[in-house]
Write a protein that binds this ligand. Sequence first.
Ligand SMILES: Cc1ncc(COP(=O)(O)O)c(C=O)c1O
Length: 375
Amino acid sequence: MIPMTRPLLDDTECDAVLRVLRSGMLVQGAEVERFEQLVAEQSGRAHGVAVANGTAALVLALTAAGVGPGDEVLVPALTWPSPAHAVRGVGATVKLVDVHPDEWNSTEDAFAAARSPRTRAAIVIDQFGNPARAAALRPVLAGLLVIEDAACALGSVFADGTPCGSLGDISCFSFHPRKVITTGEGGMCVTNDAELARRLRVLRNHGQTAPGVFERHAGNHRLTELQGALGVAQMARLSSINEGRRAHARQIQAALRESAPGLSFQVAPAGSQPNLQTLGALLPAGTSPAQRDRFIEDCRRFGAQAGPLSYALSQVSSVTPDPDATRPDGEPWVAVDLVARGVSLPLFPTMSDADREQVISAVTRAYAELHAPPR
Ligand SMILES: Cc1ncc(COP(=O)(O)O)c(C=O)c1O
């Protein structure tokens, strides 16, 4: 079975981790600092603050900016629940914003319609590494705290040529193994605001401004030196990883457009450069979740580890009180439809030609079985 993903790790990463182990200096230090500089540079930001994971990055970003009870925060409706959980975690209220049916991100019109006098902040997501419409969003979100959830989007580029990770007040990354580079677990906030960066550093380290000087109560969200060294080694590969992902994705999509013509793929805004962190596909309109599940099962049976696409947060009970509710305007959620017929397909930069052909063949065969009678 071709796995959904396979992180690109070789002797370089092993040597980096062993070097740290042998040094005996295991907690946040020079390696983490170098990793922070590299990710900040990549994102066109002045400061990087590494933390334990992408979810912690979001919680700390909201906390550093003072978001809390009484504040409403706009959150795109199609994603892993972390951004909504982070908002709830700081005591603020989530207001879901539906997503575009082709781009799978929330657009400027959707954010504008959702914004209310109570709105304090907006989280903009580059879902699956697909760049949000940064230039159109900036004026619509003016006056709000803007946090970019770029968890999936390291190395993606907005249509105006600026890097993902450069939008708004703070951008947050994840380095979970499903992301384009990994430190096992890991995350980072990047920002141009020196005071926000200072607060983030205090928040990740027990609230300390100096050893033993506690400015506020806070947890421990530090990254280890082992992870920092891994991150530095991975950053050297970022562009080749993303080039590999894009090249394989182009070939898989082109082949499937011929062999499984009812499948459709996430569309990037014209001129932008997605990193293809996830190769998502939609089954034809009207496909039921049960048919989608059988399609996933069939892909696996034929040798490709497909999986469900993502979550519609309007249906996630830890986010919303009524998982059956329609949108506030009475229309059905686009996010619910995308999740019902969405799948993610295997993609990783070290795929061989044979791996790629196996994915194409498995998906093609599973697609042919879509309308077969139940087994
Ligand atoms: C859009 C988005 N935000 C946040 C996260 C959370 O990152 P982590 O798993 O590192 O906590 C994820 C992880 O899948 C994600 O996809």
